[in-house]
Design a protein around this ligand. Sequence first.
Ligand code: ZN
Length: 199
Amino acid sequence: MELYSGHINRLIEELASLPGIGGKSAQRLAFYLINLPKDRVKRLADSIVDARENVHYCKICYTLTDEDICPICSKKDRNHRMIMVVENARDLAAYEKTGKYDGVYHVLHGAISPMLGIGPGDIRLAELIKRLETEEVDEVIIATNSSLEGETTAMYISKLIKPTGIKVTRIASGVPVGGDLEYIDEVTLLRALEGRTEL
Ligand code: ZN
């Protein structure tokens, strides 16, 4: 039996398919949305389509950007010989907010997780290795989360890079286990960065 109209059901289904949104939240959002003024709904819908169509990956570091090359990679006065490897663009934003890191980044877009079936080929790891082969790099700082997946990824990357002779460091633990970097305050992030150790 259809409880609601087909249109609403479709909306609920779409919303429920988003990460972190369960069936109940999806229903609540759907009813909220259909009660909004039409122009607001259109603005929201347009912003989604717009972002999807115009945001792409930086050709160098793979963060999300409106340009071919992101503002960080384009900046001459950043240290392009130091690359910090992060899991996602939100982690990059967290480090940028500290204003104390002047190197560049590499965004993996995930972490290796045998349990979830995510292997090295599913994240932007080959792209990192290619960068190391074509750019002059002094240090790679692995700043993946201190979760099991983050640690697995860090170990994997360090084993890959070690033979090249490039210095590989890992941010200090002290970052709470399983804690997403984006929720950690700036002081803790800086301490983790400054206390990094060579792998
Ligand atoms: Zn970039």
